[in-house]
Write a protein that binds this ligand. Structure first.
Ligand code: NDP
Ligand code: 8X3
Length: 251
């Protein structure tokens, strides 16, 4: 198989699992992220079907050079998994750090846009492609402390749907994956600035989704026949559900 998948944020969590799954399914994978040594470890494990390509999605210059900067034979990206992203902090908006807001916007919105802008024209020219964006349930359901993180994922959801509107009549598909609680990643560790105990407490007493569950969803949506487009897929663990709207009662 000569189908090429470009995964952002493949050094950990979902991206790491997606890289494994896609190679296992016979795709060739360009694995990106900022931590070069993690990408090299991935290649050691997965062999020549995986190309380690260090890339910070907020480095506009490096992203703009795609796909021409990729080695020959790796430039015709068919599937883009826009996975790199992060949440920072869980304080209420009025106590949040402005630099955290800026970084979430730069990574989850601007980074995702730049990578898409670089790789989408080639897909349209070849009349074949699939963009899988990592949104979140946080883009649909508000929660305290979710302010900018949830808003970035609402952007990703709407951008995905608007891309679909532009891509009607082409062979390029777009899917927004919207997971809920997923354990086994660095997400909460990053959110809480390296506080492992607080990060672990997020999953206490739950059976969360796993990165492999997300990789399974990616493998399924991209493996469907070319005439089938999953627009949005919301996935929660069985122990999670959208519940009531909050009310603050007087004491
Ligand atoms: P992880 O923190 O485990 O992984 C995030 C990945 O993004 C890492 O590989 C990291 O690599 C990469 N990354 C972060 N910033 C940049 C950057 N500037 N440039 C390139 N890569 C970057 O998180 P998850 O795997 O849990 O999350 C993946 C995606 O899924 C995110 O978009 C997240 O918002 C979303 N999501 C997560 C959920 C969860 O519960 N875990 C639920 C719903 C959605 P490196 O540091 O090496 O650059
Ligand atoms: C990650 C899920 O609920 O922590 O996007 O925002 S949540």
């Amino acid at each position: 198989m000569n189908r090429i998948v470009f995964v952002t944020g493949a050094t950990a969590g979902f991206g790491w699992a997606i890289a494994h799954r896609m190679v296992q399914d016979g795709y060739r994978v360009i694995a990106t992220g900022r931590r070069r040594e993690r990408l090299e470890a991935l290649q050691k494990e997965l062999g020549p079907a995986l190309l380690p390509y260090p890339l910070d999605v907020t480095d506009a210059e490096a992203v703009a050079q795609l796909p021409d900067a990729l080695p020959e034979g790796w430039r015709e990206v068919e599937i883009l998994v826009n996975n790199a992203g992060l949440a920072l902090g869980l304080e209420p908006a009025y106590q949040a750090r402005l630099e955290d807001w800026d970084r979430m916007v730069a990574t989850n919105i601007t980074g995702l846009l730049h990578v898409t802008h670089a790789l989408l024209p080639g897909m349209v020219a070849r009349d074949r492609g699939h963009i899988v964006n990592l949104g979140s349930v946080a883009g649909t359901y508000p929660y305290s402390g979710g302010h900018v993180y949830g808003a970035t994922k609402a952007f990703v959801q709407q951008f995905s749907l608007n891309l679909r509107a532009d891509l009607i009549g082409t062979g390029v598909r777009v899917t927004n994956l919207e997971p809920g609680l997923v354990g086994g990643t660095e997400f909460s560790l990053v959110r809480f600035g390296g506080d492992a105990e607080r990060a672990q407490s997020v999953y206490a007493g739950t059976v969360p989704l796993t990165p492999e569950d997300i990789a399974e969803a990616v493998a399924w949506v991209v493996g469907l026949p070319a005439h089938v487009n999953v627009n949005r897929m919301e996935i929660m663990p069985t122990c999670q559900a959208p519940t009531r709207i909050g009310v603050k009662r007087r004491e």
